[in-house]
Design a protein around this ligand. Structure first.
Ligand code: AMP
Ligand code: MN
Ligand code: MN
Length: 325
């Protein structure tokens, strides 16, 4: 492909040339995916480009009412010929959108280091805290400023992926963008409440069950938790309530790897991995998943017990060959 050498400039050039586009994000979307989408929709509106977020039927888009412009979430395929802007998504098959025969180009904007670089234009920055932070850089490069609603969404995206400005991916630049977004109208208190203060009694009961069902692996350097469908039913909880459990386990002193396995609606098992130093995206990759070195995930077949057993064996092996950091 010919064009600007710097991928961010290639993305800017592509955006300026559009008349109608579709935005897509990863399955089980999180605040970074939705925040980045909100930012891109705002930028496209300012460029006079018609744009909407497209998802498959049944995809739950969190914070849509708070962050996304009304009427800009479309359940269904992109319009013919529209460029697809894929955000925060490591590979095409992880999109929350089934693509039939494609006639438009694809622009891939993401911060997963293991992104498969599937775009006609690809801008991947594995060091960026979040895709939302990358969208902030894009807005500056385009010479545009987002409105207060998109600013709040982008701030939420950065906050979510940095564990509220705590993970190592949080840089001076990250704080700089957060400050800039607040000056544009982002509401930090509202974001904190939305992302971190909502915890139901059902959710707390679910946490208790997960922690109860936690076992060590790798000589105590890993903690593996699991939740069964019966746990969700007994607690009256949903998958959203499991958010944060794996991070809490990672915080136990001496623990380098934490995992949480729980059932998905389709009968498969979803696993979240967190680490300190150790590359968990490589472990997720063994089962077709991926992510970041310190936060990754995969989906597997089998029961939660079987998946935990598999993980336990892999971590026993891998943690005995990696020296303690
Ligand atoms: P989660 O545990 O869902 O918070 O995911 C942690 C990180 O791993 C995120 O950056 C996800 O994008 C990534 N991830 C989770 N599940 C998968 C998967 N099945 N395939 C690729 N990446 C994943
Ligand atoms: Mn994400
Ligand atoms: Mn992200």
């Amino acid at each position: 492909m010919t064009g600007p050498a710097d991928p961010i400039d290639a993305v800017c050039a592509a955006m300026r040339a559009e008349s109608r586009v579709a935005v897509a994000i990863h399955e089980s979307p999180d605040a970074d995916a939705v925040g980045a989408a909100a930012g891109m929709l705002d930028l496209f509106a300012r460029l006079g480009v018609e744009a909407a977020l497209h998802v498959d039927p049944g995809v739950d888009v969190p914070y849509a009412a708070e962050f996304l412009p009304a009427g800009r979430v479309v359940v269904g395929p992109p319009p013919p010929g529209a460029t697809l802007y894929a955000l925060d998504c490591g590979s095409l098959d992880r999109l929350a959108l089934t693509l039939g025969r494609r006639d438009g180009r694809v622009v891939d904007i993401d911060h997963h280091h293991d992104n498969t670089r599937f775009g006609d234009v690809t801008w991947v920055d594995g060091e960026a805290s979040s895709t939302s932070e990358m969208v902030c850089r894009l807005s500056a490069r385009l010479g545009l400023e987002v409105g207060p609603r998109a600013a709040t969404a982008l701030y939420a995206g950065i906050s979510f992926d940095t564990g509220h400005f705590q993970h190592e991916s949080t840089s001076a630049e990250t704080f700089g963008w957060a400050a800039r977004l607040v000056s544009l109208g982002a509401e930090p208190t509202r974001v904190y409440r939305l992302l971190y203060e909502r915890r139901s009694l059902a959710g707390l009961r679910l946490w208790a069950r997960a922690i109860e069902h936690t076992r060590p692996a790798g000589g105590g350097r890993a903690l593996l938790a699991m939740l069964t469908a019966a746990d969700f039913a007994a607690a009256g909880a949903t998958d959203d309530d499991s958010e944060g459990i794996v991070d809490a386990l990672r915080g136990v002193p001496g623990v380098e790897v934490a995992a949480l396995a729980r059932p998905r609606e389709d009968g498969r098992v979803r696993v979240s991995l967190r680490s300190e130093g150790f590359d968990v995206s490589a472990v997720a990759g063994l089962k077709g998943g991926g992510g970041h070195r310190q936060a990754a995930g995969f989906t597997a077949t089998g029961s939660v017990e079987e998946v935990i057993q598999w993980l336990s064996t892999v971590l026993d092996e891998r943690l005995s060959t990696v020296s303690s950091s």
